[in-house]
Design a protein around this ligand. Structure first.
Ligand code: ZN
Length: 89
């Protein structure tokens, strides 16, 4: 799992190289509980016309396998992931 904070360039590079991977969109402190799981190709987290993906209140956790992110949320954050309604159909 990789964490992207204040680094949109590396984040966008990661989703480009891992189109079948998964991304958790989180507030800067994941313990606050907003954890939304997306497919890496979901337009809501990858539109190139926006550039503040990891700069302001949100950060991203990325992994090739969603189980890794689910386990992280359960074990480290002790929260369930929410599943994006747009890309998790
Ligand atoms: Zn999505």
């Amino acid at each position: 799992m990789e964490k992207f904070v204040d680094d949109d360039e590396r984040y966008l590079d990661w989703i480009e190289k891992n189109p079948s991977g998964f991304v958790v969109n989180s507030l800067r402190n994941p313990l606050t509980g907003y954890l939304m799981l997306h497919h890496a190709d979901c337009w809501t987290i990858s539109t190139p016309t926006r550039s503040n993906w990891t700069i302001h209140q949100y950060i991203k956790f990325c992994a090739p396998d969603k189980t890794e992110l689910e386990n992280w949320a359960q074990n480290e954050v002790r929260r369930d992931l929410k599943y994006c309604g747009i890309c998790n159909k």
